[in-house]
Design a protein around this ligand. Sequence first.
Ligand code: MD3
Ligand code: FE
Length: 209
Amino acid sequence: AVVGDGAVHVPGWLDPGRQRELVEACREWARGPVPMRHTALPGGGVMSVRTVCLGWHWQPYRYTRDAGDVNGARVTPFPVWLAELGRAAVDEAYGEGAGARYAPDTALVNFYEGAARMGMHQDKDEKSRAPVVSLSIGDTCVFRFGNTRTRTRPYTDVELASGDLFVFGGPSRLAFHAVPKVYPGTADPACGMRAGRLNITLRETGLAG
Ligand code: MD3
Ligand code: FE
């Protein structure tokens, strides 16, 4: 379904076997070399979500190769197979061939458990305006898709369930968005997760090397 200009939601895009493979990969990435952690914010707070990055390490508000805010280790390389999955996702959302030149070089893996949420924000730390590909696994959440001008209304609330794909390109790339609620216990165990929600976003940083 088209939710906004360039914002396309494809429910159930990942089959349960593919979801389990991704969960297993995320477990591996979460162990290290840079462990999954609550990102520290410049104001002194920490995010309630835990995150591990691939390719480039994100910390507010820049990308680096080393996780200077965690343990100084170099991030796990971005796997070739994940970029291929990203191109297939863009093809699915925008039509065959649309993903041919999509070259994501970073992934942010977010893990929501308990009361973890994400407040309204824009993703502006990438120099590339290529789409963001979002893959959801585990518990269902409310995803709030806003506008490009304000963090308030108008916005649209959409439920994201396990296996759902969302692609944000064009004007929606700079839209405010949030995850105000996760519904505990809604994950089908066939997805490979007992509890919580995983979201994998693929992005182009626009950085060289
Ligand atoms: C729209 N993650 O990592 S995914 C994030 O479910 C983030 O963990 C949420 O927002 C999550 O920055 C939402 C959907 C998403 C991700 C990135 C976007 C929507 C986006 C970037 C631009 C516009
Ligand atoms: Fe975001």
